[in-house]
Design a protein around this ligand. Sequence first.
Ligand SMILES: NC(=O)c1ccc[n+]([C@@H]2O[C@H](COP(=O)([O-])OP(=O)(O)OC[C@H]3O[C@@H](n4cnc5c(N)ncnc54)[C@H](OP(=O)(O)O)[C@@H]3O)[C@@H](O)[C@H]2O)c1
Length: 200
Amino acid sequence: MQIAIIGAGRVGTTLGRRLAEAGHTVTYGARNPSDPKYAGVGAVAPIRDAAAAVDVVFLTTAWAGAEGALAVAGDLSGKVLVDATNPIGPGMVLTHGTTDSGAEQVARWAPGARVVKAFNSIGVEVMANPRFATGQSVLWLCGDDAAACDTVAGLGRDLGFEPVRLGPLARARFQEPAALTWITASATLGREFSWGILRR
Ligand SMILES: NC(=O)c1ccc[n+]([C@@H]2O[C@H](COP(=O)([O-])OP(=O)(O)OC[C@H]3O[C@@H](n4cnc5c(N)ncnc54)[C@H](OP(=O)(O)O)[C@@H]3O)[C@@H](O)[C@H]2O)c1
């Protein structure tokens, strides 16, 4: 699959490296692609060029940069847009609360894109390796477009996750606070842990 990743930071390059290892073709979209810090990262292009050529776009920018990055990304209608960001503002609080979510805001900024919330509520260490002695990490995801969710669930399985669907995109109102739960728990547990399901 041809994939663009907007934001070549920790999340973007970790997911990009693993997606490339799984056989996908990854191009990063950056606002300054010639910056020497991208040496050795892989293919880096202007955001609009990276997004234009693919069917699946990951958004992995800082939340403060999400609106601006999407504004220069061009028309994303029809594309799967995987929102891995967290709308965290000063003081470690969510800027979008229980009656809205960052993912729904992303969908408003990218009209027509098939937005799926995923990869937001685990640390980069888990993205790098979602396999644990007791099983695979859960990948929470939600979105309004079933086929887009299928695509993202498949990409999650490619990376070694167990995808679990939470329902329509508005369920991001619960999935985004899970990121703060993970971050809070990491103060006690360290960063090599993840979400798992106990079943009867
Ligand atoms: N770190 C984690 O474990 C983790 C886990 C799950 C989700 N997340 C979420 O994932 C997102 C990225 O986190 P990160 O840890 O990867 O952060 P990071 O390493 O600081 O990377 C952020 C990236 O966003 C880019 N960016 C910022 N403003 C931009 C703009 N206006 N246009 C284009 N690109 C812009 C930066 O590019 P420049 O170099 O050009 O500034 C940088 O590549 C955040 O929303 C975070 O909450 C993080």
